[in-house]
Design a protein around this ligand. Structure first.
Ligand code: ADP
Ligand code: MG
Length: 225
């Protein structure tokens, strides 16, 4: 039996204003429980690809299917719902809310999803333990190291049990040892939570942990490994 792919991207083309062709016909699939790395130099189109797959932007040509849904055709309101329920995002700059504690940051998506308080608190506790921050629940982002902040961001991205985690250079601001720990955390999460991870990185040292590597050059996939 072949399992249905979680991501199907076909013939993606993206042209930005002023005519920059960021993607020139990109196709790939990712299966449930896979960790897929997208590598390529700065400007090769990684962020553009992740944004199209995550429904943050729309392609000029081609289509994206996530978890059986044609996201390229969804109206904005449904896209918003899909982004909240099916996809979790992690960014290079962490994106935590400075005035909120680690626990409150992780709880934000659960509040938006109107999860009742008791259940929310339990889920937050489990998530922060999962990322190794059980002893830091009440600290604010500025009281945490960069690696710890990114762990909070990963926990937050997983709050609504997404099927897909999209991480755009999640280790770009971290030293190499901390970067490695975050990648290993993603690796563990793929197994324990059954989530599929699509991660952009240009760090060759981190590529080894991926199940598959998609190599982008000037908006074209040059290698699938
Ligand atoms: P990467 O993430 O691999 O560094 P990007 O997807 O950010 O690559 O960028 C791919 C190309 O598209 C680059 O040439 C970049 O300058 C261009 N680009 C990205 N975003 C925009 C934008 N909003 N407007 C115009 N050009 C853009
Ligand atoms: Mg980028």
């Amino acid at each position: 039996m072949t399992e249905r792919p979680l991501i199907v991207a076909e013939g993606l083309r993206k042209v930005y204003p002023k005519g920059v062709e960021a993607l020139r016909g990109v196709s790939f699939e990712a299966h449930p429980g896979e960790l897929v790395a997208v590598r390529g130099r700065s400007g090769s189109g990684k962020t553009t690809l992740l944004n199209l797959v995550g429904g943050l932007d729309r392609p000029d040509e081609g289509r994206v299917e996530v978890d059986g849904r044609q996201i390229t055709e969804l109206p904005e309101a449904e896209l918003l719902g899909l982004r909240r329920e099916v996809i979790g995002f992690v960014f290079q700059t962490f994106g935590l809310i400075p005035v909120l504690s680690a626990a409150e940051n992780v709880g934000v998506p659960l509040r938006l999803a109107r999860v009742p308080a008791a259940e929310r608190e339990e889920r937050v506790r489990v998530l922060l333990s999962l990322v190794g921050l059980a002893d830091h629940v009440n600290q604010r982002p500025y009281e945490l190291s960069g690696g710890q902040q990114q762990r909070v961001a990963v926990a937050r991205a997983l709050a609504n049990r997404p099927r897909l985690l999209i991480a755009d250079e999640p280790t770009g601001q971290l030293d190499s040892q901390t970067a490695r720990q975050i990648m290993e955390l993603l690796r563990v999460l793929v197994r324990s939570e059954g989530v599929t991870v699509l991660v952009a990185t240009h760090d060759p040292g981190l590529i080894g942990l991926a199940d598959r590597v998609l190599e982008l050059r000037d908006g074209v996939v040059t290698r699938v490994g």
